[in-house]
Design a protein around this ligand. Sequence first.
Ligand code: NAD
Length: 284
Amino acid sequence: MIVERLRLDGRTVIVAGAGGGGIGSHTARAVAEAGANVVAVDIVGAALDQIVADLTAEGYPITPLVADARTDEGVATIVGAAVSNYGGVHGLINIIGVAAPHTWCKAEDVTREVWREVMDVNLDYAMFLSIAVAKQMIAQGSGGSIVSLSSTSGIGASPFHSAYGVAKGGIVAMVRTLAVEWGIHGIRVNAIAPGTISTPRSGADVGDAERDRRGVPLGRRGTPADIASAALFLVSDLSSYVSGQCLPVDGGTSVKWAHLGDDSTPIFLTNPAILEQIHGPRTS
Ligand SMILES: NC(=O)c1ccc[n+]([C@@H]2O[C@H](COP(=O)([O-])OP(=O)(O)OC[C@H]3O[C@@H](n4cnc5c(N)ncnc54)[C@H](O)[C@@H]3O)[C@@H](O)[C@H]2O)c1
């Protein structure tokens, strides 16, 4: 049955950035429910407590690991934990990413310090953790799947958040190149570009449901489970012929042209007869 391709039984998946109750925690749950051994990594130990307690209580194999994925030592610890606890690694999901308030500014005000900080935690770590995991997969001869979180800020413009947008655009470029280099080893490499998602730390809960209804083609803000579903698809054999791609998971926002009004009618369309044809007679 084709649905069996979603199962990850006997495989080990590293979820980097699994704490905090957001996209990472939901992704850790998704791969655990699909049968994987999970190595749940976060720099904040306490952030892992809830998801580790929940999944352990439900009988899923999960190894919590406190590590800084930006360092060589952290990367070695993460891959080492997968190998020593479960004998290898078959999947990596790079969730870690930070959009700290102090990194928002006009492009002309970006400092080298902020640029480096943003690149480190949004792009550089994903490259070096992917390399370490791919080396292990190549040594195992098993193939595998690597998924990294980009953003709609990385596939469109990212005004007043240029460093973040460039880092997330770098993720899209990274997966294309790594997919081509590592395809010969059976390693698939893909990205996900979330739109605005309500997570505990994104502040995305603060907002206007009416604005979401008008601005997002699907009429609502995204949830961590929306992104975890895409991650499960890409890490599993259900996506066995997909590599080098970035999948937007944004309710259709990235294809909504800026010249479309709130009701998705092109703003240049002013002919009353055409508007009536589309929307019916005006009631007010
Ligand atoms: N939430 C959104 O609206 C949204 C939109 C687009 C893209 N994204 C991307 O999705 C991903 C997850 O977003 P989220 O809102 O769930 O974030 P989050 O802050 O809830 O989760 C990220 C986790 O990474 C951990 N982390 C940070 N630095 C680390 C390090 N050096 N080593 C190990 N762990 C570290 C954090 O402690 C945190 O638990 C990010 O890459 C983010 O850029 C989010």
